[in-house]
Design a protein around this ligand. Structure first.
Ligand SMILES: Nc1nc2c(ncn2[C@@H]2O[C@H](COP(=O)(O)OP(=O)(O)OP(=O)(O)O)[C@@H](O)[C@H]2O)c(=O)[nH]1
Ligand SMILES: [Mg+2]
Length: 352
């Protein structure tokens, strides 16, 4: 597995502190959401890595919840940069993605996790295990719920699990921009499950919109109040330590998720093999894996137009993420039953 560290460079042409994360696959069409208020979140912490300013706080926060509630959107919005891919299709995030938020108050280290879902393949089981393991040893668990829809069984599954967790729980009702706020239904569900289990555990309830930034300042304040006083865990200039090749492959996968929606997504993987850093830009080579040769034409589209659109959109995003021109050279490879094959999952970085 690739061990390179991701350190997305901030594009010198844009000011990350005032630019919201990209609206993937929908550039130019979506209204620009208002800027996320806690600009201080992007102000570097004065002391160097490992030295705690007096009273500075630092901690790890696992972002968990069922698929499609907006966990990755939330992480990107909190950091003001895209570190985790987002799509309207459930089960977009496949591996744990870590992102750091530095602030004069200290450092919050977020773990974005795959949404827990009914799994039918090895990949799905691995994703569920990754998400469940992420809550071990963290300082705070941030349970993200879709406040615009009533609670589902997968939400209750997380509640049952977290009722016996030692860390403080923040339950965030996301998507509050959608109008229909289901906070009462979620709180009643939590109370009912707690009573059934005779667990006195309480959660702090907040509402927010990862899409507009509403409520996120309060969330960050709450998280800083909950994490312990201590040294920062990562250097100031590290936004994410997610390996660069995996992050690049994810961006291509995200573009296909937007183009194909439910037609294909879960049988598709992208493996970036090499990144050549040339003076004129980066040349990135890799393969798109599918399970059957009949899926190739779907990925190519009529006259290869879909493929070209995906490559162009991914190149644009990558150039913005890393601040250098990026050229992608990808080919489509058939890899039978890769989702059930431990070694392929390992090569793709889905298992440690
Ligand atoms: N209206 C609205 N949409 C949101 C909000 N947050 C996320 N979304 C949308 O919800 C969809 C899922 O977002 P993701 O961030 O990929 O969700 P996730 O929880 O990371 O999903 P998985 O990785 O599949 O578990 C995307 O279409 C987002 O644009 C929000 O606050 N409001
Ligand atoms: Mg996600």
């Amino acid at each position: 597995m690739n061990k390179e560290k991701t350190k997305p460079r901030k594009n010198p042409r844009r000011a990350p502190a005032v630019t919201p994360p990209a609206a993937p696959g929908n550039r130019g069409a979506a209204p620009t959401p208002p800027r996320h208020p806690p600009a201080a979140a992007r102000v570097p912490v004065p002391p160097p890595h490992g030295v705690a300013a007096s009273g500075a706080r630092a901690g790890m926060i696992a972002i968990v919840g069922r698929a499609n509630v907006g966990k990755s959107t939330l992480l990107n919005r909190l950091l003001g940069e895209k570190v985790s891919i987002v799509s309207p299709v459930a089960q977009t995030t496949r591996r744990m993605v870590r992102g750091m938020l530095n602030d004069p108050r200290g450092q919050l280290v977020f773990l974005d996790t795959p949404g827990v879902h009914q799994a039918s393949y090895d990949l799905g089981h691995v994703m569920n295990r990754t998400a469940r393991a992420a809550v071990e040893g963290v300082d705070v668990v941030l349970l993200v719920l879709d406040g615009s829809t009533p609670p589902r069984d997968e939400d209750e599954g997380w509640m049952r699990r977290l009722l016996f967790h030692e860390a403080p729980i923040v339950a965030l009702l996301n998507k509050c921009d959608q109008g229909t706020d289901q906070v009462v239904a979620y709180r009643q569900r939590w109370a009912r499950v707690a009573e059934e289990k005779s667990a006195p555990k309480q959660a702090d309830w907040l509402r927010a919109s990862a899409a507009t930034g509403e409520g996120l300042e309060e969330l960050v304040n709450k998280l800083f109040a909950l994490v312990p006083v201590g040294e920062q865990l990562f250097p100031d200039d590290v936004l994410s330590d997610y390996p660069r090749k995996l992050a690049m492959g994810d961006v291509v996968r995200e573009k296909y998720f937007y183009e194909l929606r439910d037609e294909l997504p879960h049988t598709l993987a992208v493996e970036v093999e090499t990144v050549e850093e040339k003076p004129e830009g980066w040349l990135v080579k890799g393969a798109i894996l599918v399970e059957k040769s009949s899926q190739k034409p779907i990925l190519l589209g009529a006259k290869g137009r879909l493929f070209k659109r995906v490559v162009a959109a991914a190149e644009r995003d990558l150039a913005e993420m890393y601040g250098v021109p990026v050229k992608l050279e990808l080919w489509i490879r058939v890899e039978k039953h890769w989702q059930k094959n431990f070694w392929v999952l390992k090569r793709l970085g889905y298992v440690p």
